[in-house]
Unconditional design. Structure first.
Length: 634
């Protein structure tokens, strides 16, 4: 084994790398600015964690995913690796301590959110750190041409100026050729250096189902495909309604979206990952960093805004290499809905200016005031007061953020708080406490001071790590102790916030530039059209369409998507009809009446099923009674 394999085997137990992992590791270890393009499940984290343990100094990892950084820190620490993270919700002293540890060599891998890079405290401490290299996860977020542009990512170029000799490793699972170039330019690469792993997923069958009854189609798919899966929907309301309906149909399901309490999200995610819940119905807030290899299906009941988003979400199926399905349910109204998203996402400039003025009225802020102030933002109350729709207000705030006037945090991660209601002496006399309660109480007392005098912010993940139990169990223990008045527990709360980056102006004086508005809108329209084109193109292999979009021109038909199956030669068609015939007979073998729509659950080309059914009817093996099918007796 060489030095890379030794680290890999010692900490992760693998004998060798896969794909382009070694190429990326050798490149960043050699001091080169490097961009790695790896599909979901390609093993991105290994590419920076291995060299971070070999190189002297701290590897700074920039990622927007707080839940992911917490999980990775916990896993790395469990392996004996010095890892820490800085994120919203930590106390000032906790942040200072963590940064000081990084300065004095007590941290090998430091995770930070992109928003943290602009703080004066971080910049001062960063200048004193010995940094081995900077890793930028979800690097497509730095590109204004990417589907998930985040202005905070632009700060990465600023910290590079502080340490110009420190190389950068950028990683992403979704980037078009234009975005690939933009990432390298915005991160100020010394030279272009890109390693690409093919985005082809040979075990994943991409299917588009044209249907006017998405609910029935979804049920058929879940009955036909065994195992766990994810169902993606656009709205929070739709996730809840779909999940409740699936449970009524006897399919174990739960739902997930950004508006849920963090602890509840943790509980639901863990139950799904453990197989206690079969189906997770979620918005796009779910999925990043999820390590569940045996997902057998991902179904989209609503069209995503872009092929980048679709490809990343669909790619969460079949990470164990076994057969899996990515199904998009589509009908004639979806194109209209996609087009409507353009006007929802880019309301007229005059409307954006109006929202800006109404915001100042809401916060009672005069012209020339408010710079560097933060305000809790009750969007529902705001919309009631000024007769707006939330979706348009959020879009206007995002445009104002890109223009540099405000920062809008829709889902802040405010830490939970705890205060003991008993004295220390009374606490020691407690009886009838469970082992987990004792572990949590002990962890709290060891980690935090002043809990008997006032409320203290706590990190539930850190308490869980200290107590040796799951974060979801910590949450349940704290709720139980709170009910018994042993302590008072205030869970994390998510109240949106608006931060004024500059003083308030008159709305008509706002500068909303072409780059901020017209160029971004044109790019969004292009992505919407690409998504609609994919859903309606029945002539080109689905996998080939996706790969071409991401710049892979040398691809072959997958042979398993709905397009490929529909275009197989006559011999293959006859073979497929024979298979369809057997599956129809198997479905009806219980001699019960089956609705004709249940044939959709066979996940076979419609023409094959229709031909096989007509043949069985002609042979008088199957009888049709209205919309129902059953075997002919005798």
């Amino acid at each position: 084994m060489d030095k890379y394999q030794e680290i890999l085997h010692k900490y992760w137990g693998y004998d060798d790398f896969r794909g382009i992992q070694r190429d990326i590791i050798e490149s960043i270890d050699g001091g080169h600015d490097t961009l790695g393009l790896m599909p979901t499940g390609g093993g991105k984290s290994i590419t920076f964690q291995v060299p971070a343990l070999l190189k002297e100094g701290v590897c700074v990892v920039v990622t927007p995913l707080i839940a992911l950084m917490k999980d990775q820190v916990a896993h790395l620490r469990a392996k004996g690796i010095l890892a820490s993270a800085i994120y919203s919700g930590m106390t000032h002293q906790e942040i200072v301590t963590t940064l000081d540890n990084a300065v004095f060599g007590g941290v090998e891998i430091l995770y930070v959110s992109p928003e943290r890079l602009a703080s004066e405290l971080f910049l001062v401490k960063f200048s004193h750190m010995k940094v081995s290299f900077i890793t930028v996860d979800e690097a497509h977020c730095i590109s204004q041409w990417g589907y998930d542009f985040r202005p905070s990512y632009l700060c990465i170029a600023d910290i590079r100026r502080i340490k110009p000799d420190v190389p950068v490793l950028a990683l992403t699972a979704t980037a078009t050729p234009q975005v690939v170039d933009d990432i390298q330019e915005r991160l100020a690469f010394a030279e272009k250096r890109v390693f690409r792993m093919s985005f082809e997923r040979k075990n994943l069958a991409y299917i588009v189902r044209q249907t006017d009854d998405k609910q029935a189609e979804l049920l058929h798919i879940l009955k036909a495909v065994k195992g766990s899966g994810i169902v993606y929907a656009r709205s929070r309301k739709r996730t809840k309604e779909t999940s409740e309906w699936l449970n009524q149909q006897g399919i174990s399901s739960t739902f997930y979206h950004a508006g849920l309490e963090s602890a509840l999200k943790d509980v639901r995610q863990k139950e799904w990952q453990a197989g206690k819940t079969r189906v997770m119905v979620a918005t796009n807030a779910f999925g990043m960093g999820i390590d569940k290899p045996d997902v057998r299906f991902v179904v989209h009941v609503d069209c995503p805004d872009s092929l980048e988003a679709y490809f990343q979400e669909a790619g969460r199926a079949g990470r164990d290499g076994k057969k899996a399905y990515a199904v998009l349910l589509y009908n004639s109204s979806d194109k209209r809905k996609l087009n409507k998203r353009v006007s929802d996402t880019f309301p007229e400039k005059e409307y954006v200016r109006q929202v800006y003025d109404h915001l100042a009225d809401f916060f009672q802020m005069g012209v020339g005031t408010g710079e560097a102030t933060t305000h809790e933002f009750d969007i529902d109350k705001f919309c009631r007061n000024f007769h707006h729709f939330p979706v348009h207000v959020e879009s206007a705030l995002k445009i104002l953020q890109r223009a540099g006037y405000v920062e809008y945090d829709a889902d802040p991660d405010n830490s939970a708080r705890v205060k003991f209601m008993l004295s220390r002496d009374q606490l020691y006399l407690l009886e009838r406490t469970t082992p987990n309660e004792e572990k949590v109480i002990t962890a709290l007392l060891r980690m935090y001071g002043g809990l008997f005098a006032d409320y203290c912010f706590i990190d539930e993940s850190a308490v869980a790590y200290k107590a040796g139990i799951d974060r979801s169990e910590v949450y349940m223990v704290l709720k139980g102790l709170s009910k018994r008045n042993i302590l008072h527990f205030i869970p994390q709360r998510q109240i949106p916030a608006v931060y004024y980056t500059q003083r308030r102006e008159d709305g008509h004086r706002l500068m909303i530039t072409k780059e901020v508005y017209e160029d971004r809108k044109a790019s969004y329209v292009e992505r919407i059209n690409s998504m609609a084109g994919y859903a309606t193109n029945d002539n080109v292999c689905r996998s080939r369409q996706l790969l071409r979009y991401f710049g892979e021109t040398r691809s072959t038909d997958c042979g398993q998507c709905d397009v490929c199956l529909a275009h197989r030669p006559k011999v293959e068609t006859e073979k497929g009809e024979s298979g369809a015939r057997q599956k129809i007979l198997q479905l009806l073998s219980d001699h019960q009446r089956h609705h004709i729509a249940e044939l959709n659950a066979l996940l076979l080309p419609t023409q094959q099923v229709n031909n096989a059914l007509q043949q069985l009817i002609h042979e008088e093996l199957v009888h049709v009674a209205g919309a129902f099918l059953l075997l002919e007796e005798g």
